[in-house]
Design a protein around this ligand. Structure first.
Ligand code: NAP
Length: 485
């Protein structure tokens, strides 16, 4: 078991109350993975204070100097990839291959923002008069709060931290209690890379105390949150009340449309990866397959074949292609949704049961699950499940497919499988989503491109990822200079 502490003002320190909690491996709940401080409001206040003290000198450094630290951190993360991936798998449950990809992603994000440090600046604007200079400066906000979920425990902290730090802000981050190790490891790598004390502070503890303080405290200039709609909505109220900048990235109910002209083998492969990969615990996971009736049966058979080939188990073991649910609550929630769907008239066509034989006895394992004959008003078609459960929804035609796809109150990622370029582009125009994938999985994002949802998936005010991520973390000042006299 690893013992972690908070990381405040460059020091590892216990919660002021002395309280702790432990996390177990979701693939084997008898194994305690790590112990953490159970922090509360006073610890958040200490971290905010440290971030405030470090803010002026960090803001006075140049973007290339900050970028050098991010690039160095990228190298450190890459050199520790195998060790971090193993720890990520033990704490969160995804397979080792998935965890390795995620750690690599975090290293790449730091490399990307290290690189663009040379481009960070304002704009020169032509003035109406001669002998005048008109330009903008991009300045940090001050202390920024970050709150992250458990499902990408290193990639999401990385994609918020890298632009926040590059922009010259100091940060207090509260990782999800379910998987805080990777955020503390990121802090370690950044400190080793030369990040000054107090610039990054990590407080582990309950959302409703530590997280709530980050939203309410007037010293925190902005808050970027990724997690559920329920909490994001709550935090947004607090931030808007005090007119602080906020970025809330929340859940999805992502469709993949399969048209009658599609390559059905390709469609089944894409849906399998996007729906069952990462145990379905991705905000961009495909949870609804909207398929033209004429090919619904043939497609479903192919999807069942792919689901049967999935090997469920402890993600550290070779050959395992799907890990457990992250905890008991998520696990039970997944199974409950399978019941609810059947009660509402859906047909269970594959899976749906807990797996508890042999090695699986002490983990939160379930079969990859396919529900057929799902209709648009069923709860399984409307609510985020966040597990390996795919709803197949037969429709008459392309227009109905788009109407069904848009018939939810969220809009994160949306995929279509077709050979018809006109329909694909019409879909790209008409679908209400932040990300559109054509003949690709609904999961998986390019770190250099903007990411964010629409509708209740996001506050949709600022995008994450790509060079534009800097915008949330900076304010623009306009300078007028007259040198004509
Ligand atoms: P969650 O329950 O909303 O928690 C997210 C974070 O908020 C955690 O750090 C949590 O801390 C904290 N929190 C909880 N209650 C809080 C409160 N009252 N005040 C302040 N902070 C609070 O979400 P989750 O279960 O970790 O993550 C799954 C959700 O995230 C899904 O809906 C998924 O779709 C979404 N997600 C969205 C994206 C995206 O980019 N759009 C990406 C990944 C995941 P504790 O852990 O201590 O409770």
């Amino acid at each position: 078991m690893i013992t972690y502490q908070n990381f405040i003002a460059g020091e590892s320190i216990a919660a002021q109350s002395g309280k702790t909690f432990q996390n177990t491996n979701p693939a084997n709940t008898r194994e305690v993975v790590a112990q953490y401080p159970l922090s509360a409001r006073e610890d958040a206040l200490a971290a905010i204070d440290a971030a405030q003290k470090a803010a002026p000198s960090w803001a006075a450094t140049t973007p290339p100097a900050r970028g050098r630290i991010l690039s160095k951190a990228s190298q450190i993360l890459e050199s520790r990839k195998a060790e971090l991936a193993e720890l990520l798998t033990r704490e969160e449950g995804k397979t080792l291959a998935e965890a390795t990809g995620e750690v690599q992603r975090a290293a790449d994000i730091f490399r990307f923002f290290g690189g663009i440090s040379y481009t960070l600046g304002g704009q020169t604007i032509p003035h109406d008069l001669p002998g005048n200079l008109l330009f903008t400066r991009r300045e940090p906000l001050g202390v920024v709060g970050l709150i992250t979920p458990w499902n990408f425990p290193i990639a999401i902290p990385a994609w918020k931290l890298a632009p926040a730090l590059l922009a010259g802000n100091t940060v207090v981050i509260k990782p999800a209690s379910q998987a805080p190790a990777m955020t503390l490891e990121l802090a370690k790598a950044l400190a080793e890379a030369g990040l000054p004390k107090g610039v990054l502070n990590v407080v582990v503890g309950e959302g409703r105390t530590v997280g709530a303080e980050l939203a309410a405290n007037p010293a925190v200039a902005a808050l970027s949150f990724t997690g559920s709609y329920k909490i994001g909505h709550q935090l947004h109220q607090v931030l808007s009340h005090r007119m602080a900048r906020s970025q809330m990235e929340m859940g999805g109910k992502n469709p993949t449309i399969v048209l009658a002209d599609a390559d059905l083998d390709l469609a089944a492969r894409l849906v399998t990866v996007a729906g069952f990969g990462l145990t379905g615990q991705a905000c961009t996971a495909t949870s609804r397959v909207i398929v033209e009736k004429s090919v619904a049966e043939a497609f479903t058979q192919k999807l069942i074949e792919k689901a049967k080939a999935i090997v469920v188990g402890n993600g550290l073991k070779q050959g395992i292609t799907m890990g457990p649910a992250v905890n008991e609550q998520e696990f039970k929630g997944n199974l409950d949704y399978v019941d609810i769907a059947q009660k509402e008239g859906a047909t269970l066509v594959h899976g749906g049961k807990q797996l508890a034989e042999g090695d699986l006895a002490h983990g939160y394992f379930m079969e990859p699950t396919i529900l057929g004959n799902v209709t648009a008003t069923m709860r399984i078609a409307q609510e985020e499940v966040f597990g390996p459960v795919i709803a197949v929804m037969p429709v008459e035609n392309f227009d109905e497919a788009i109407a069904v796809a848009n018939g939810v109150d969220v809009g994160l990622s949306a995929s279509i499988v077709t050979r018809d370029i006109k329909k694909a582009m019409t879909y790209a125009e008409r679908i209400q989503a932040g990300v559109v994938k054509i003949n690709q999985i609904s999961t998986g994002l390019a770190l250099q491109a903007p990411f964010g949802g629409v509708k209740k998936s996001s506050t949709d005010s600022f995008k994450e990822q790509g060079p534009g991520a800097i915008e949330f973390y900076t304010k623009v000042k306009t300078v007028y200079l007259d040198y004509s006299a």
